[in-house]
Design a protein around this ligand. Structure first.
Ligand code: F6R
Length: 251
């Protein structure tokens, strides 16, 4: 594991965008695993800038998103489908048919989950997975649990997650209580992983993910076992880490 501590959200976004950009340059038909939420918004903006400047190209890129709310229409402004189109896909030259987001409206969620896994495998697996982290240490929508959920599956969202995500909705009652999410095994099979975190509310989860026991109670802790994972954390999110020591140990 490598931990890169930066000053602020802008630096985190720039670093992450450079890593994703490098991946697309090194392998133009890369399979990218993408996240939603507040954290990667700056990274998407930076990637759009690089694309507009002609530095990167998404013509052959394939993407798989981590998750989608259950039973929300694609054109609902809170759906992750809508988020990805408005914040990223509509501004770059990725082919619509190469973008994949779990269908939270599928009649048969079990089949949807199995098909999603198969599609990722058929595409050759994830080359680079971008992650955010929940305050409770969730990755994707893999909430703290008694066991690691392996593959893409239906999730019941934690109260904490529902509360946190209610900032995007008019009322907390409008937040879906379920979602469909890649599993921990799906994420761990990615060849490379970058996890972004910004803000003091993420400091405990980041500390536990790096130094804590590896436990499904803090899903991100499993990343300690991944052979190629980079955390990019800003000052506030890294406030419980000994940054000098980390820079010596990991760099
Ligand atoms: C989003 C996702 C979640 C978020 C996490 C942090 O696709 O899978 O794990 O990354 O909830 O969300 P923000 O960035 O809004 O704090």
């Amino acid at each position: 594991m490598r931990v890169i501590c930066v000053d602020n959200y802008e630096q985190m976004s720039q670093k992450a965008a450079r890593m994703v950009a490098s991946q697309t340059i090194l392998k133009p038909d890369s399979v990218l695993g993408l996240a939603t939420g507040s954290t990667p918004l700056g990274m998407y903006k930076e990637l759009i800038k690089s694309y507009e400047a002609g530095h990167i190209d998404f013509e052959e890129i394939i993407s798989f998103n981590l998750d989608e709310y259950y039973d929300l229409d694609k054109d609902n402004e809170q759906s992750y489908d809508y988020y990805m189109k408005t914040n990223f896909f509509n501004h770059i030259n990725i082919k619509n048919e190469n973008t994949n987001i779990p269908n939270g409206k599928a009649d048969d969620i079990l089949k949807e989950a199995m098909d999603y896994e198969r599609k990722i495998r058929d595409a050759g697996g994830l080359d680079l997975q971008v992650l955010g982290i929940g305050r409770n240490g969730h990755i994707g929508f893999n909430e703290p649990d008694l066991k690691f959920e392996a593959s893409t599956h239906m999730v019941r969202l934690d109260e904490q997650t529902i509360k946190d995500n209610s900032r995007f909705f008019d009322n907390v009652e409008d937040v879906p209580t379920k979602a469909i999410s890649m599993g921990v095994k799906t994420i761990m099979h990615a060849k490379k992983i970058i996890l972004l975190a910004s803000g003091k509310e993420k400091a405990d989860a980041i500390y536990e993910a790096i130094y804590g026991k590896i436990t499904p109670n803090l899903p991100a802790s499993v990343l300690q076992l991944h052979p190629d994972v980079v955390f990019i954390v800003d000052k506030e999110a890294s406030s419980r880490l000994d940054v000098d020591k980390i820079n010596k140990e990991f760099l």
